[in-house]
Design a binder for this molecule. Structure first.
Ligand code: NAD
Length: 432
């Protein structure tokens, strides 16, 4: 099939590349000239494991191209995906300005029957708004489909090629057949395509993210309780997860959820409910717990040191999770602001997010090239993102570099007993 993907960010670029890899002819469109120039030079604007190789292969085999020129890309496409950002608006709602702008541009460019797919995460009712925005610009026939994306940054290719499920909200038989054919290569191993109405598809995405955020906040509250009663959250987690009704995924306590999805999607769902006269009390509590949790590590440091004024700290991990360079709503930003706001200096390192960190953190901290460089002369280390390379480090080398051997482990990656044996004072999350 001929496909146009509008918006070449984390989702658009991965989706476009994976569709190309299954034999389709894909044009990725973006308004950001710099991004398109980079892609045309064979460079990626984002870090995502495996993506570079897959882009290179599909460009070489002439199934994948990049442009800022939306009209010709849409004119020749049978399916057009809208994968632009839907950031948080002023009152917590999803800001649809980029989706509607893209829809209008698509409407003006249509030349033949086309299936337009909302891939962005959008509130219930957006498919109707997109349909109206397109219809106002064209007399050409089209269908609007809702196909929310569930990929995880850091494992995006695998998630896209082998999804747990594909959710497709569609009200037309013709569009249903097109979508079924397009996704057939990705659901060969028993993973279902779930066809449903567009409103249910739109809500499925928010409800899924809200449920995952709820599990995280729940475990963070359990961890706080563990600290007070002298229990170990690692053991509690194992005991809970063994129950098939609960399961193990997403039961890790930490420094709070962040990233470009959970915070804004939880907020948007609360806002949608409120607009309809429903207070989603549970999700408001999920948010409150998350706000508290993002401050928990700095609070532990204040308790340990009394004052942070004049201290220097190392921060390992800036991306909101491992295997990505995404720092949108990353807990690291709030932790670094918390430390520097109390008069401390910060030396920070991340394996892939250094370039992005320069934009997000500006001159709020010193960015160093290697993890051990961050430790020189510091009063404590804060572990904020659980990159694998932080797990098996040399404790005696660390101790020799640091002014004080204190570790605040926001992801529970170290063994408390091993660190204490090595002469460190150790603070984790929910550990005695
Ligand atoms: P992103 O910010 O990385 O990419 C969006 C891109 O759209 C940008 O490159 C921007 O320049 C471009 N754009 C904006 N307006 C445009 C227009 N009119 N025409 C062409 N391009 C335009 O965002 P993302 O992380 O890829 O997220 C996109 C959507 O997917 C959001 O709704 C998000 O909630 C959802 N989503 C994201 C993830 C994720 O892990 N990032 C996962 C699932 C769903």
């Amino acid at each position: 099939m001929r496909i146009a993907v509008i918006g070449s960010g984390y989702v658009g670029l991965v989706a476009g590349t994976c569709f190309a890899d299954s034999g389709n002819e894909v044009v990725c469109v973006d308004v950001n000239q710099q991004k398109i120039d980079l892609l045309r030079r064979g460079e990626l604007p984002i870090y995502e494991p495996g993506l570079s190789e897959l882009v290179e292969k599909n460009v070489k085999e002439q199934r994948l191209t990049f442009t800022t020129d939306l009209a010709p890309a849409v004119a020749s496409a049978q399916v057009v995906f809208i994968a632009v950002g839907t950031p948080e608006g002023e009152s917590g709602e999803a800001d649809l300005q980029y989706v509607i702008a893209a829809a209008k541009d698509i409407g003006r460019a249509l030349t033949q029957y086309t299936v337009i797919v909302d891939k962005s995460t959008v509130p219930v009712g957006t498919a109707d708004k997109v349909r109206a925005a397109i219809a106002a610009e064209t007399k050409v026939a089209f269908d609007v489909v809702s196909n929310p994306e569930f990929l995880k940054e850091g494992a995006a290719i695998d998630d896209f090629l082998k999804p747990d499920r594909v959710v497709i909200g569609v009200d037309s038989e013709k569009a249903r057949a097109v979508m079924g054919e397009l996704y057939a290569p990705f659901v060969r191993t028993e993973h279902p395509i779930l066809f449903m109405d567009t409103r249910s598809a739109e809500l499925t995405k928010y409800a899924s993210n809200a449920m995952l955020a709820t599990r995280i906040s729940f475990m963070n509250d359990v961890a706080s309780l563990c600290e007070r009663v002298g229990a170990d959250v690692d053991q509690v987690r194992k005991g809970m997860g063994a129950d098939k009704r609960i399961g193990y995924p997403f039961l890790f306590p930490g420094v709070g959820y962040g990233g470009s999805c959970f915070p804004k999607d939880v907020k948007a769902l609360i806002t949608t409910a409120r607009e309809l006269g429903l207070e989603f009390d549970l999700l408001r509590a999920v948010e409150r717990t998350n706000e508290k949790q993002k401050k928990a590590l700095v609070a532990k440091a204040v308790k340990h040191f009394g004052t942070l004024d004049g201290k220097t700290f190392a921060v390992w991990g800036l991306a909101f999770k491992p295997k990505t360079d995404d720092m949108r709503e990353a807990p690291s930003v709030e932790i670094i602001e918390g430390l520097t706001g109390k008069g401390a200096k910060v030396r920070a390192f991340d394996p892939v997010a250094m370039e992005v960190a320069r934009r997000h953190l500006k001159d709020r901290c010193t960015l160093v090239e290697r993890p051990y460089d961050a430790l020189e002369g510091v009063d404590a280390l804060f572990v904020v993102t659980e990159w694998n390379e932080f797990r098996n480090v040399d404790f005696s080398r660390m101790k020799a570099l640091m002014k004080q051997p204190v570790v605040f482990d926001g992801r529970n990656i170290f063994s408390p007993s091993k660190l204490r044996e090595a002469g460190f004072t150790y603070y984790g999350i929910g550990r005695p």
